[in-house]
Design a protein around this ligand. Structure first.
Ligand code: SF4
Length: 336
Protein backbone atom coordinates (compact mmCIF):
# COMPACT_ATOMS: atom_id res chain seq x y z
CA UNK A 1 0.00 0.00 0.00
CA UNK A 2 1.43 3.42 -0.95
CA UNK A 3 1.21 6.54 1.22
CA UNK A 4 -1.81 7.74 -0.80
CA UNK A 5 -3.72 4.52 -0.03
CA UNK A 6 -3.17 2.91 -3.44
CA UNK A 7 -2.05 -0.70 -3.86
CA UNK A 8 1.02 0.24 -5.91
CA UNK A 9 2.16 1.68 -9.22
CA UNK A 10 1.10 0.22 -12.54
CA UNK A 11 2.94 0.73 -15.82
CA UNK A 12 1.40 -0.26 -19.13
CA UNK A 13 1.98 0.81 -22.70
CA UNK A 14 0.39 0.52 -26.11
CA UNK A 15 1.96 0.88 -29.51
CA UNK A 16 0.47 3.83 -31.37
CA UNK A 17 -1.56 2.00 -33.97
CA UNK A 18 -4.15 4.77 -34.39
CA UNK A 19 -7.83 4.45 -33.64
CA UNK A 20 -8.54 1.52 -31.33
CA UNK A 21 -11.07 -1.23 -31.95
CA UNK A 22 -13.47 -3.13 -29.74
CA UNK A 23 -10.90 -5.90 -29.17
CA UNK A 24 -8.40 -3.35 -27.81
CA UNK A 25 -11.09 -1.92 -25.59
CA UNK A 26 -12.30 -5.19 -24.10
CA UNK A 27 -8.78 -6.68 -24.00
CA UNK A 28 -6.90 -3.83 -22.32
CA UNK A 29 -8.38 -0.37 -22.19
CA UNK A 30 -11.42 -1.23 -20.10
CA UNK A 31 -9.09 -2.85 -17.57
CA UNK A 32 -6.79 0.20 -17.54
CA UNK A 33 -9.76 2.39 -16.63
CA UNK A 34 -10.72 0.14 -13.71
CA UNK A 35 -7.14 -0.09 -12.41
CA UNK A 36 -7.15 3.66 -11.81
CA UNK A 37 -9.37 3.08 -8.76
CA UNK A 38 -6.74 1.05 -6.91
CA UNK A 39 -3.35 1.95 -8.37
CA UNK A 40 -1.26 4.92 -9.39
CA UNK A 41 -1.28 4.31 -13.12
CA UNK A 42 1.25 5.23 -15.77
CA UNK A 43 -0.01 4.80 -19.32
CA UNK A 44 2.42 5.31 -22.16
CA UNK A 45 2.16 5.47 -25.95
CA UNK A 46 5.27 3.47 -26.80
CA UNK A 47 6.42 5.07 -30.05
CA UNK A 48 10.06 3.90 -29.79
CA UNK A 49 8.83 0.30 -29.62
CA UNK A 50 6.89 0.96 -32.82
CA UNK A 51 10.18 1.83 -34.55
CA UNK A 52 11.54 -1.69 -34.00
CA UNK A 53 9.25 -3.00 -36.74
CA UNK A 54 9.02 0.05 -39.01
CA UNK A 55 11.46 1.14 -41.62
CA UNK A 56 9.69 3.19 -44.30
CA UNK A 57 9.35 6.98 -44.03
CA UNK A 58 5.58 6.65 -44.61
CA UNK A 59 5.17 4.36 -41.63
CA UNK A 60 7.16 6.72 -39.45
CA UNK A 61 5.03 9.65 -40.60
CA UNK A 62 1.98 7.79 -39.31
CA UNK A 63 3.23 7.62 -35.73
CA UNK A 64 2.20 11.14 -34.66
CA UNK A 65 -1.36 11.10 -36.01
CA UNK A 66 -1.70 7.57 -34.65
CA UNK A 67 -0.70 8.74 -31.17
CA UNK A 68 -3.29 11.53 -31.34
CA UNK A 69 -6.08 9.14 -32.33
CA UNK A 70 -5.11 6.55 -29.73
CA UNK A 71 -4.91 9.06 -26.89
CA UNK A 72 -8.35 10.42 -27.81
CA UNK A 73 -9.64 6.86 -27.45
CA UNK A 74 -7.92 6.42 -24.08
CA UNK A 75 -9.42 9.63 -22.74
CA UNK A 76 -12.88 8.90 -24.13
CA UNK A 77 -12.76 5.43 -22.55
CA UNK A 78 -12.18 7.01 -19.15
CA UNK A 79 -8.42 7.27 -18.64
CA UNK A 80 -8.29 10.29 -16.37
CA UNK A 81 -5.18 12.44 -16.83
CA UNK A 82 -5.81 13.98 -13.39
CA UNK A 83 -5.43 10.51 -11.86
CA UNK A 84 -2.98 8.79 -14.20
CA UNK A 85 0.19 9.75 -16.04
CA UNK A 86 -0.45 9.78 -19.78
CA UNK A 87 2.46 10.51 -22.08
CA UNK A 88 4.50 9.45 -25.10
CA UNK A 89 7.55 7.24 -24.54
CA UNK A 90 9.96 9.35 -26.62
CA UNK A 91 9.05 12.52 -24.72
CA UNK A 92 10.98 11.12 -21.74
CA UNK A 93 14.40 10.41 -23.28
CA UNK A 94 15.71 9.10 -19.94
CA UNK A 95 14.13 5.77 -20.93
CA UNK A 96 16.75 5.43 -23.68
CA UNK A 97 19.52 6.08 -21.15
CA UNK A 98 18.20 3.40 -18.83
CA UNK A 99 17.77 1.02 -21.76
CA UNK A 100 21.47 1.39 -22.62
CA UNK A 101 22.56 0.89 -19.03
CA UNK A 102 20.34 -2.16 -18.53
CA UNK A 103 21.69 -3.66 -21.74
CA UNK A 104 25.07 -3.90 -19.97
CA UNK A 105 23.67 -6.41 -17.48
CA UNK A 106 21.54 -8.39 -19.94
CA UNK A 107 23.10 -11.47 -21.58
CA UNK A 108 22.34 -11.70 -25.29
CA UNK A 109 21.26 -15.34 -24.84
CA UNK A 110 18.31 -14.24 -22.68
CA UNK A 111 17.06 -12.02 -25.50
CA UNK A 112 17.57 -14.49 -28.31
CA UNK A 113 15.54 -17.09 -26.41
CA UNK A 114 12.41 -14.92 -26.14
CA UNK A 115 9.72 -16.82 -28.11
CA UNK A 116 8.13 -13.63 -29.47
CA UNK A 117 11.52 -12.54 -30.87
CA UNK A 118 11.76 -15.70 -32.94
CA UNK A 119 8.14 -15.29 -34.00
CA UNK A 120 8.69 -11.65 -35.07
CA UNK A 121 11.80 -12.58 -37.07
CA UNK A 122 9.75 -15.22 -38.88
CA UNK A 123 6.84 -12.84 -39.53
CA UNK A 124 9.19 -10.18 -40.88
CA UNK A 125 10.79 -12.69 -43.21
CA UNK A 126 14.21 -11.87 -41.77
CA UNK A 127 16.95 -13.83 -40.03
CA UNK A 128 18.34 -13.34 -36.53
CA UNK A 129 21.41 -11.78 -38.16
CA UNK A 130 19.51 -9.34 -40.37
CA UNK A 131 16.92 -7.91 -37.96
CA UNK A 132 17.66 -4.56 -36.40
CA UNK A 133 19.47 -4.50 -33.08
CA UNK A 134 16.52 -2.62 -31.53
CA UNK A 135 14.23 -5.60 -32.04
CA UNK A 136 16.60 -7.90 -30.15
CA UNK A 137 16.76 -5.41 -27.29
CA UNK A 138 13.01 -4.84 -27.21
CA UNK A 139 12.56 -6.58 -23.81
CA UNK A 140 15.33 -4.43 -22.32
CA UNK A 141 13.55 -1.25 -23.42
CA UNK A 142 10.33 -2.71 -22.05
CA UNK A 143 12.05 -3.30 -18.71
CA UNK A 144 13.38 0.28 -18.76
CA UNK A 145 9.83 1.55 -19.42
CA UNK A 146 8.56 -0.16 -16.29
CA UNK A 147 11.34 0.42 -13.79
CA UNK A 148 12.21 3.98 -14.79
CA UNK A 149 9.07 4.94 -12.85
CA UNK A 150 9.68 2.28 -10.16
CA UNK A 151 6.41 0.62 -11.19
CA UNK A 152 5.83 -2.54 -9.16
CA UNK A 153 2.88 -4.02 -11.06
CA UNK A 154 2.27 -4.72 -14.74
CA UNK A 155 -1.09 -5.90 -16.08
CA UNK A 156 -0.40 -8.79 -18.46
CA UNK A 157 -2.23 -11.57 -20.24
CA UNK A 158 -1.02 -15.16 -19.71
CA UNK A 159 1.03 -15.07 -22.94
CA UNK A 160 3.07 -12.09 -21.72
CA UNK A 161 4.10 -13.60 -18.39
CA UNK A 162 7.49 -14.83 -19.81
CA UNK A 163 8.26 -11.23 -20.89
CA UNK A 164 7.71 -9.96 -17.43
CA UNK A 165 9.82 -12.78 -16.00
CA UNK A 166 12.66 -11.56 -18.21
CA UNK A 167 12.17 -8.02 -16.89
CA UNK A 168 12.36 -9.41 -13.36
CA UNK A 169 15.59 -11.25 -14.18
CA UNK A 170 17.14 -8.06 -15.57
CA UNK A 171 16.10 -6.20 -12.42
CA UNK A 172 17.55 -8.92 -10.18
CA UNK A 173 20.84 -8.79 -12.09
CA UNK A 174 21.04 -5.02 -11.88
CA UNK A 175 20.22 -5.04 -8.17
CA UNK A 176 22.85 -7.77 -7.57
CA UNK A 177 25.54 -5.83 -9.43
CA UNK A 178 24.84 -2.35 -8.17
CA UNK A 179 22.73 -2.70 -5.02
CA UNK A 180 19.00 -2.68 -4.41
CA UNK A 181 17.60 -0.02 -6.75
CA UNK A 182 14.46 -1.26 -8.48
CA UNK A 183 11.43 -3.23 -7.29
CA UNK A 184 10.90 -6.51 -9.15
CA UNK A 185 7.72 -5.83 -11.12
CA UNK A 186 4.90 -8.27 -10.42
CA UNK A 187 2.48 -9.55 -13.04
CA UNK A 188 -1.16 -8.69 -12.53
CA UNK A 189 -2.88 -11.33 -14.58
CA UNK A 190 -5.74 -9.93 -16.61
CA UNK A 191 -8.45 -12.05 -18.14
CA UNK A 192 -8.04 -12.38 -21.85
CA UNK A 193 -11.34 -11.01 -23.12
CA UNK A 194 -11.02 -12.59 -26.53
CA UNK A 195 -13.13 -10.71 -29.05
CA UNK A 196 -13.28 -12.60 -32.32
CA UNK A 197 -13.27 -10.45 -35.45
CA UNK A 198 -15.90 -10.12 -38.17
CA UNK A 199 -14.31 -13.03 -40.07
CA UNK A 200 -15.49 -15.26 -37.23
CA UNK A 201 -12.09 -16.96 -37.05
CA UNK A 202 -9.36 -14.70 -35.74
CA UNK A 203 -8.88 -12.39 -32.83
CA UNK A 204 -10.16 -8.90 -33.74
CA UNK A 205 -7.26 -7.10 -35.37
CA UNK A 206 -6.68 -4.05 -37.53
CA UNK A 207 -4.14 -5.82 -39.72
CA UNK A 208 -6.70 -8.53 -40.57
CA UNK A 209 -9.34 -5.87 -41.26
CA UNK A 210 -11.89 -7.81 -39.22
CA UNK A 211 -12.32 -5.09 -36.60
CA UNK A 212 -14.86 -2.53 -35.42
CA UNK A 213 -13.35 0.83 -34.53
CA UNK A 214 -14.59 2.45 -31.35
CA UNK A 215 -14.72 5.87 -33.01
CA UNK A 216 -16.70 4.80 -36.10
CA UNK A 217 -20.08 6.42 -36.68
CA UNK A 218 -23.16 4.26 -35.95
CA UNK A 219 -23.68 3.96 -39.73
CA UNK A 220 -20.11 2.78 -40.29
CA UNK A 221 -20.47 0.24 -37.51
CA UNK A 222 -23.72 -1.08 -39.01
CA UNK A 223 -22.04 -1.35 -42.43
CA UNK A 224 -19.09 -3.28 -41.01
CA UNK A 225 -21.29 -5.58 -38.90
CA UNK A 226 -23.32 -6.39 -42.03
CA UNK A 227 -20.18 -8.03 -43.47
CA UNK A 228 -19.74 -10.41 -40.50
CA UNK A 229 -19.50 -14.13 -41.18
CA UNK A 230 -22.29 -16.19 -39.66
CA UNK A 231 -23.16 -19.89 -39.50
CA UNK A 232 -21.68 -21.17 -42.80
CA UNK A 233 -24.30 -23.93 -43.03
CA UNK A 234 -27.18 -21.47 -42.95
CA UNK A 235 -27.52 -20.91 -46.68
CA UNK A 236 -31.18 -19.92 -46.91
CA UNK A 237 -33.35 -17.74 -44.72
CA UNK A 238 -35.59 -20.74 -43.90
CA UNK A 239 -32.63 -22.86 -42.65
CA UNK A 240 -32.39 -23.08 -38.86
CA UNK A 241 -29.12 -21.52 -37.63
CA UNK A 242 -26.54 -22.70 -35.13
CA UNK A 243 -25.81 -19.77 -32.81
CA UNK A 244 -23.06 -21.66 -31.00
CA UNK A 245 -20.87 -21.56 -34.16
CA UNK A 246 -21.85 -18.02 -35.15
CA UNK A 247 -19.67 -15.12 -34.08
CA UNK A 248 -22.55 -12.67 -34.43
CA UNK A 249 -24.20 -14.58 -31.60
CA UNK A 250 -21.07 -14.51 -29.45
CA UNK A 251 -20.85 -10.73 -30.02
CA UNK A 252 -24.52 -10.45 -29.02
CA UNK A 253 -23.60 -12.19 -25.75
CA UNK A 254 -21.05 -9.45 -25.08
CA UNK A 255 -22.92 -6.39 -26.31
CA UNK A 256 -26.68 -7.05 -26.32
CA UNK A 257 -28.80 -6.87 -23.17
CA UNK A 258 -28.78 -10.15 -21.21
CA UNK A 259 -32.55 -10.40 -21.64
CA UNK A 260 -32.24 -10.58 -25.45
CA UNK A 261 -29.83 -13.52 -25.61
CA UNK A 262 -32.26 -16.39 -25.06
CA UNK A 263 -34.65 -14.88 -27.65
CA UNK A 264 -31.87 -14.54 -30.24
CA UNK A 265 -30.90 -18.18 -29.66
CA UNK A 266 -34.49 -19.39 -29.95
CA UNK A 267 -35.28 -17.29 -33.05
CA UNK A 268 -32.05 -18.36 -34.77
CA UNK A 269 -32.50 -22.10 -34.18
CA UNK A 270 -36.11 -21.96 -35.37
CA UNK A 271 -35.31 -19.70 -38.36
CA UNK A 272 -37.66 -17.07 -36.95
CA UNK A 273 -34.96 -14.43 -37.47
CA UNK A 274 -32.77 -13.88 -40.47
CA UNK A 275 -29.08 -13.05 -40.31
CA UNK A 276 -29.58 -9.60 -41.85
CA UNK A 277 -31.94 -8.58 -39.03
CA UNK A 278 -29.75 -10.28 -36.47
CA UNK A 279 -26.76 -8.21 -37.58
CA UNK A 280 -28.85 -5.01 -37.51
CA UNK A 281 -29.80 -5.90 -33.96
CA UNK A 282 -26.11 -6.47 -33.07
CA UNK A 283 -25.03 -3.17 -34.65
CA UNK A 284 -27.70 -1.35 -32.61
CA UNK A 285 -26.42 -3.01 -29.42
CA UNK A 286 -22.79 -2.10 -30.17
CA UNK A 287 -23.76 1.47 -31.06
CA UNK A 288 -25.71 1.73 -27.84
CA UNK A 289 -22.74 0.34 -25.88
CA UNK A 290 -20.39 2.91 -27.45
CA UNK A 291 -22.71 5.90 -27.39
CA UNK A 292 -21.26 7.67 -24.36
CA UNK A 293 -17.69 6.82 -25.44
CA UNK A 294 -18.31 8.44 -28.81
CA UNK A 295 -19.93 11.47 -27.26
CA UNK A 296 -16.92 12.03 -24.98
CA UNK A 297 -14.52 11.48 -27.89
CA UNK A 298 -16.31 14.12 -29.98
CA UNK A 299 -16.14 16.51 -27.05
CA UNK A 300 -12.36 16.02 -26.59
CA UNK A 301 -11.83 16.23 -30.34
CA UNK A 302 -13.52 19.63 -30.42
CA UNK A 303 -10.88 20.99 -28.02
CA UNK A 304 -7.97 21.49 -30.45
CA UNK A 305 -5.04 21.40 -28.02
CA UNK A 306 -6.52 19.05 -25.41
CA UNK A 307 -4.57 15.91 -26.34
CA UNK A 308 -1.36 17.91 -26.69
CA UNK A 309 -1.89 19.54 -23.29
CA UNK A 310 -2.54 16.18 -21.62
CA UNK A 311 0.60 14.67 -23.17
CA UNK A 312 2.81 17.64 -22.31
CA UNK A 313 1.64 17.66 -18.72
CA UNK A 314 2.08 13.87 -18.46
CA UNK A 315 5.58 14.05 -19.95
CA UNK A 316 6.61 16.77 -17.50
CA UNK A 317 5.48 14.71 -14.51
CA UNK A 318 6.95 11.48 -15.91
CA UNK A 319 10.27 13.17 -16.62
CA UNK A 320 10.53 14.47 -13.06
CA UNK A 321 10.32 10.86 -11.79
CA UNK A 322 12.63 9.59 -14.54
CA UNK A 323 15.37 12.14 -13.81
CA UNK A 324 15.43 11.15 -10.14
CA UNK A 325 15.76 7.48 -11.11
CA UNK A 326 18.58 8.14 -13.57
CA UNK A 327 20.41 10.20 -10.96
CA UNK A 328 20.14 7.28 -8.54
CA UNK A 329 21.26 4.78 -11.19
CA UNK A 330 24.28 6.93 -12.10
CA UNK A 331 25.28 7.10 -8.46
CA UNK A 332 24.87 3.33 -7.97
CA UNK A 333 26.88 2.61 -11.13
CA UNK A 334 29.64 5.05 -10.23
CA UNK A 335 28.91 7.26 -13.23
CA UNK A 336 28.51 11.05 -13.35
S1 SF4 B 1 -29.56 -15.50 -37.01
FE1 SF4 B 1 -27.93 -14.46 -35.94
S2 SF4 B 1 -27.06 -15.96 -34.56
FE2 SF4 B 1 -28.25 -17.06 -36.12
S3 SF4 B 1 -26.76 -17.59 -37.71
FE3 SF4 B 1 -27.73 -15.67 -38.31
S4 SF4 B 1 -26.41 -14.08 -37.50
FE4 SF4 B 1 -25.88 -15.99 -36.46
Amino acid sequence: MTSDGKKGTIFSGMRPTGKLHLGNYMGALENWVTLQNDYNCIYCAVDIHALTTLDGATDVAEIKPNIHDMILDWLAAGIDPEESLVFVQSSVPEVMTLHTLLSMVTPLGWLLRVPTFKEKVRQMDETEESVNYGLVGYPVLQTADIILYKADTVPVGKDQVPHLELAREIVRRFNNHYGETFPEPQAKLTEDALIVGLDGQNKMSKSLDNHLELADSPEETAKRVATAFTDPQRLRRADPGRPEVCNVYSLHKTFSPAGDIATIHEECTTAARGCVDCKRHLAASINNYLESFRERRREFESRPSYVQDVLEDGAKKAQAIAQKTIQEVYEKMGLA
